[in-house]
Design a binder for this molecule. Structure first.
Ligand code: NAI
Ligand code: MG
Length: 365
């Protein structure tokens, strides 16, 4: 019998509960077929948590998140909560989860399903079969470095300051995550910075190189300047497997890479923290998209981004690569059959709703 994984389910707001319900069906199938054993807790986050408890994330839910083997989140937010005080906004729930779980590595895959390759803004042959993973440092760098702020200068001008700061341990821990993931994939890692003009980038390059040589000699490590990486991502994206980069460059490069795939409803993500003594990491998985209030409650949302986020959980938190492959393949097969939700609809294909997409996926599994 496989060991029982404790998963915290946080459906959130808008389409969150609808897409998460389809993940439950996939989990039930894994359990029924004897491939996995799950203990699922349900919790509230975002606007729904505010409505119930007056806070976007209750302390008890935070405790459940810290005790879980992994967290799966739908989406938060919506017009109903837009005018709340900043500290009560649905997004604060998400931010607290990321902060209190110390999720410093953000994983954003850019995965192109052949059946959708023509939806990309690039030529089909450039993106068909694309499968890259960007690992972005999430809790350091220029968005957090001191000093920061806007000040008045004696000459009457004003000065805006943000500081890029990275200490060794911040570089080393995200590099380890990236090397680790590369080991579960194609064993290639490209580290991206601007060591030519930034000292923080130079330190980044030196530290990543050290970790590679001493701890991960079997992973092929390369280095690239961030501006060149941006060009290469739209010129020849398939040259990459795993990319590791800092918070700022990762923000831009992951959005750029994600859009090679063409659809928000297909994009999963993960955020990972420090490994414990057994090598297990705190982890939260969630689709890249938001709560889509314009289609919420209408059975129109594409559940695949969330289902693919769950498949990442199996692969990266539970070492269940075989089961993750089964799910990814079922997604590929359903798309190849022409089954489409509205967001990825193409002429001549079959339009289904959220649960219809779930039905089609379960039939493949
Ligand atoms: P959004 O991602 O919710 O929606 C953008 C557009 O994409 C909409 O037209 C929506 O219908 C469509 N879309 C998104 N996901 C889809 C799916 N799975 N299937 C089919 N169509 C889909 O972003 P938007 O409209 O900027 O924000 C709406 C709310 O979501 C806001 O309250 C925002 O703060 C929140 N939000 C939450 C995020 C999260 O929970 N991580 C991320 C982004 C936004
Ligand atoms: Mg961004």
């Amino acid at each position: 019998m496989p060991s029982t994984k404790k998963i915290l389910f946080l459906p959130g707001d808008g389409i969150g509960p609808e897409v998460m319900a389809q993940v439950r069906r996939v989990m039930d199938w894994l359990v029924a077929s004897g491939r996995a054993s799950f203990e699922v807790e349900d919790g509230l986050v975002g606007g729904s948590a505010y409505d119930a408890h007056g806070t976007p994330l209750h302390d008890d839910t935070m405790k459940l998140a810290l005790a879980a083997d992994a967290v799966l989140l739908g989406a938060v937010g919506g017009p109903k909560w837009d005018n709340l005080d900043f500290s009560l906004k649905p997004e604060r729930g998400l931010l607290r989860l990321r902060k209190d779980m110390e999720l410093f590595a953000n994983l954003r895959p850019a995965l192109v399903f052949d059946a959708l390759a023509e939806a990309s803004s690039l030529k089909t042959e450039l993106v068909a079969g694309l499968d890259i993973l960007i690992v972005r440092e999430l809790t350091g760098g220029v968005y957090f470095g001191q000093p920061r702020g806007i000040s008045d200068l004696p000459n009457g001008e004003r000065r805006g300051v943000n500081t890029q700061v990275y200490d060794t341990h911040e570089i080393v821990r995200v590099a380890r995550v990236a090397f680790d993931l590369a080991g579960k994939r194609d064993k290639r890692l490209c580290s991206v910075e601007k060591a030519n003009v930034m000292e923080s980038g130079l330190l980044w390059r030196e530290e990543v190189t050290k970790i590679g040589t001493t701890e991960f000699p079997d992973i092929a490590l390369s280095h690239m300047y961030a501006d060149n990486c941006a060009m290469q991502l739209v010129r020849q994206p398939k040259q990459f497997d795993v990319i590791v980069t800092d918070n700022l460059f990762g923000d831009l490069l992951s959005d750029c890479a994600a859009m090679l795939t063409g659809s928000l409803g297909m994009l999963p993500s993960a955020s990972l923290g420090e490994a414990d003594a057994n090598g297990a990491r705190k982890a939260m998985y969630e689709p890249v998209h938001g709560s889509a209030p314009d289609i919420a409650g209408q059975n129109k949302a594409n559940p695949l981004a969330t289902i693919l986020s769950f498949s990442m959980m199996l692969r990266y938190s539970f070492d269940m690569g075989v089961e993750a492959d089964l799910i990814d393949q079922a997604v590929r097969d359903v798309l190849a059959d022409g089954i489409r939700t509205g967001d990825i609809m193409q002429p001549g294909k079959t339009l289904v709703g959220t649960s219809g997409m779930g039905d089609a996926l379960l039939a493949k599994l």
